[in-house]
Every structure is written in structure tokens, then in C-alpha cells.
Design a protein around this ligand. Structure first.
Ligand SMILES: [Zn+2]
Length: 492
């Protein structure tokens, strides 16, 4: 199934004000994430000296006071227009279903975020902490106080201290009015025009749709901020984490995790990160501060258990998105993580079965050859030209491809069987086995598995789809080996 991401939103999610490290899928994905020509944004000179640490001072109850710049900020008409756009964008993300809703995850994130904000809430800010259903490892803040963390980021992070670092960084963009300051800059407005032109050259149809939304607010979020402001956000985050007793080494480790995904990273030097501090510099800065501030500290907060408990459902949801969007390696890695945490949960094994089945003729983790520059260039070309199905076929034309598919099919069946040993009525495993057997041309057992699935989960969201698929299989029979007329989206 193709999920059409509005281009502006794809761009928004592709970059991050703080932390993005995009990994293209190893096969064509459904995103429209073509990047426009490089706009002229790399003119900010890097800061010539490291800003001094205390941009914020300690206030009451372990909270940081907002820095001077934020206190002096006076709203003008143009700022209020931006504020309205932020509120509109919030509404849009809610209405269009981008926001992820799960009571436990939302409550956890709200509580964590609220513990990191300054004592005094800045004017025209209402703090909200939400999850966006998006695979990219990313987070962003709107100037009205809405902070969004992508499900892809939550799935990559390991503990509360790491996510607290991300949230504190984004909170700084809000408190220090970074969006407003950038919005007031004429040069940045030129950048916005450039983007609109560049995006227009990719897909003019989208421009009309986003004309009311592609505003400075999106632009700031797309481009991130100047190197100086990004550093300021890291400095403030370090101070906040230190005050709250979080282990700063975890903040640093969180940065490292951003660039270590299971997919082949096909992004070249990210266009929009031209003037961002390199990730390595940020790791270095936070590590240095950790040694300086917490060198002898004991009992620092990491919060692994509570984090994992509160984010299980969103992480599973993210794995489902990965399957839909052609990133089975991400799904497999996530399933392994969930199994390590809950080895007796049948759903986790069903997910692993789905991931291996969806890997088709691909290796579960990339080999050295896939990581060469040549292979990456070839993969970039394929992404432009082929659909996921075409790509699978091309790989299967190769002997290695056939061997890999057979190995993945075996692992997939094993995982489903493990799930059914734990719970014979585990519906997703029956559905998965149905698709697996069908792909192996084992039509009769495939039909039986689909029937079991429909018996066990008659109200499932995809029940109707599976039912139609089963009917088309049965109509194509008698005669094992007949080709079904329709294929549901989650068949690899
Ligand atoms: Zn940032």
C-alpha cells in the first residue's frame, strides 16, 4: 500500500531542528521524499567561540529560568501571524491523523516534558508533548509550545534520559523564541521563497495544497536553526538534564543511536543540515560536559524500565508503519527489541514473523557490499525508478535472492509457530502464515490460515480485505497454483 505523504510534510519530517538522521529504505518506499534543489541556507557562519554555558540560571524547584532573550521578547504582528500558523499546524496534524494517541504513552511524554520546562511559562506558550506517527528519527517544536516526537525516534531511543535530552533541546527552541527570531529575518524569508520554488519544481500539485501551510513555521522546522541556536539548545538541554539528575552520558549516547539504524542510510550530506553542527561535534560537546559536570556523580537517572514500559505500544505501532512503508529491517529490529523485553508475548513473535516474511529476498541486516558507495548509488537510482514489488522481483532473479527468501521464509514460519505455541488463538500469526503459504504456492493451507484469522478476529480492521482476498483465492481455485486476483497490502 502506498501512503502518500504530502511533500511539505515529508520535508518537515525529513529534517529535524535537532536530531534527524534520515535513513532511506533499502527498497523503494512510499514516501515522496524527493529533496528539492539545495536552497541558499548555508550562509550562517559557525560561531567563532563556544557560547558560555549559563544561558539560563537556576530558579525555584530545580527549574531553569528562561534566558534573558526570552524575557525581553515582545510580540509583533508578524509574530502573532506565526503563532496562528503554529496553531493551525497543530490542528492539521490532529485532524489528518498524524498524531499518535495512546493514553499511556501520551501521559508519560506529557509528564516527562513538563518536568523539563522552565518554571515560568513564556507568553503565548502552552506546553504540549505529542507523538507523530513517522518512521524518521526526528523531533520538532512549534513556537506555540507543541513539541512533537516521531515514533521512529522513540523506537530508536533506549531510555528516559536520552529522550529527556531531545525534549529539553526542543523546549529551548520554544523558550528562546527561535522560530520567531528566524521568522523576522529577511534572509530566511528568501529561503522560504526558494523552497516554494524548489518544491514546486518537484510537484506543483502539492504547492496549492500546502500554500496555506508552507509558512515560515514549516520552513524553520525544515531547516532547523542556525548553528548558534542549535548549540544554544544543546547547552540548555545539558543544564536541564544536569538539574534533573539525568545521566548526561545517555544524552550523548542518544546522539550516537541516531545514526545507527538497521536500514542502509542513503542520505547524502543532508541538504537542510548544511549549517547545522555536525553530529560528531554535538556528541563531543555533551560528552565533555558529562565529564565536567558529572565526573564523580553517582546514582544518576537513566529511567530505562519506565521508558520501555510506557513506549511499548508506540514502538509496536512504529514497527507496523515500517512494514507498510517497505522497511522490514526496521520492523525486524523492533520485533527483536520487543521480544528481548517480553519474551512470552505472542504478538511480538507474530510481528517478527511478519518482518521476516516482508524481508523477502533481502538480508535482515545489510552486508558490507550493500554499504559500499557504489551499491548506495545504485539503490538511490532504484528508489527513483522501481516499486517495492518490482524491486523484490529483481532481487529474486538472482540465486542469492532465492536463497535469502527461503531463509527468511523459514525464520518467518518459525516465529509464527513460536507465537502459536504461546497462544494458539494468536490471530496475526494465522494471517501471516496465510500470506507466507500463499507466497510459497501452498494454497490450501494458506486458505485455512486465512479462515482461522477471520474466525478469531472478525472485527479486525483488515478483516474485510482478507475476506475478499480469500474469496478471490477460492474463485481462482480449483487448481492449486492459480494466481489470486487481488493482493492485500501487507503481502510482501
Ligand atoms: Zn534543534
Amino acid at each position: 500500500m502506498k501512503i502518500q505523504l504530502p511533500l511539505w510534510l515529508a520535508l518537515l519530517f525529513l529534517s529535524c531542528a535537532s536530531v534527524a538522521q534520515t535513513a532511506a529504505p533499502e527498497a523503494p518506499a512510499a514516501s515522496t521524499a524527493q529533496q528539492p534543489a539545495q536552497p541558499a541556507v548555508s550562509q550562517d557562519a559557525p560561531p567563532t567561540e563556544t557560547p558560555t554555558l549559563p544561558t539560563a540560571t537556576q530558579g525555584t524547584a530545580g527549574k531553569l529560568e528562561p534566558p534573558q532573550r526570552a524575557e525581553d521578547f515582545k510580540f509583533t504582528k508578524i509574530d502573532l501571524e506565526l503563532l496562528k500558523q503554529a496553531n493551525d499546524l497543530d490542528a492539521y496534524l490532529q485532524e489528518k491523523g498524524w498524531a499518535y494517541h495512546d493514553a499511556e504513552t501520551n501521559a508519560y511524554l506529557e509528564k516527562l516534558g513538563s518536568s523539563l520546562v522552565p518554571a515560568q511559562t513564556p507568553e503565548n506558550v502552552v506546553w504540549r508533548f505529542r507523538v507523530v506517527r513517522d518512521l524518521e528519527v526526528n523531533a520538532f517544536a512549534l513556537p506555540n509550545g507543541s513539541i512533537y516526537v516521531n515514533s521512529g525516534l522513540l523506537a530508536r531511543m533506549e531510555n528516559e534520559a536520552q529522550v529527556a535530552g531531545v525534549l529539553a533541546h526542543e523546549i529551548t527552541h520554544v523558550v528562546n523564541r527561535h522560530s520567531y527570531l528566524e521568522n523576522r529575518s529577511k534572509r530566511k524569508k528568501m529561503v522560504a521563497v526558494n523552497i516554494i520554488v524548489a518544491v514546486g519544481s518537484v510537484n506543483s500539485g502539492i504547492v496549492g495544497a500546502m500554500s496555506s501551510l508552507l509558512s515560515m513555521i514549516v520552513v524553520s522546522t525544515i531547516f532547523g536553526y542556525s548553528r548558534e541556536l542549535e548549540h544554544e539548545a544543546d547547552v540548555y538541554a545539558v543544564n536541564t538534564l544536569q538539574l534533573q539528575g539525568y545521566d548526561l552520558r545517555e544524552f550523548s549516547r542518544g546522539f550516537e543511536l541516531l545514526r545507527k539504524g538497521p536500514e542502509v542510510d542513503l542520505s547524502k550530506e543532508p541538504v537542510f543540515w548544511a549549517n547545522h553542527p555536525k553530529l560528531a561535534d554535538r556528541v563531543q560537546y555533551v560528552s565533555t560536559m558529562a565529564a565536567q559536570l558529572q565526573g564523580n556523580a553517582t546514582s544518576l537517572r537513566v529511567g530505562e524500565g519506565p521508558y520501555r514500559a510506557a513506549t511499548k505500544s508506540v514502538i509496536r505501532h512504529n514497527a507496523g508503519l515500517a512494514l507498510m512503508l517497505g522497511r522490514p529491517r526496521t520492523a525486524a529490529a523492533t520485533a527483536q527489541r520487543l521480544i528481548a523485553e517480553e519474551p512470552n508475548n505472542a504478538d511480538n513473535f507474530a510481528l517478527l514473523g511478519d518482518a521476516y516474511r516482508s524481508l523477502g529476498p533481502r538480508l535482515p541486516v545489510p552486508d558490507d557490499e550493500e554499504l559500499t558507495d557504489h551499491a548506495k548509488n545504485e539503490a538511490r537510482k532504484r528508489i527513483q525508478k522501481m516499486t517495492l514489488v518490482e524491486y523484490d522481483k529483481a532481487l529474486l532473479a538472482d540465486t542469492h535472492g532465492v536463497e535469502r527468501w527461503e531463509a527468511n521464509a523459514g525464520r518467518s514460519e518459525d516465529a509464527y509457530r513460536r507465537a502459536l505455541e504461546m497462544d494458539p488463538n494468536n490471530a496475526p500469526s494465522h494471517r501471516g502464515l496465510g500470506f507466507l503459504y500463499e507466497r510459497q504456492d501452498r494454497r490450501t493451507p494458506a486458505a485455512e490460515e486465512f479462515k482461522k484469522y477471520l474466525e478469531l478476529a472478525p472485527a479486525a480492521k483488515d478483516a474485510r480485505q482478507v475476506k475478499l482476498h480469500l474469496e478471490s483465492m477460492e474463485n481462482a481455485v480449483p487448481g492449486i497454483g492459480a494466481t489470486p486476483a487481488g493482493t492485500p497490502a501487507n503481502k510482501p
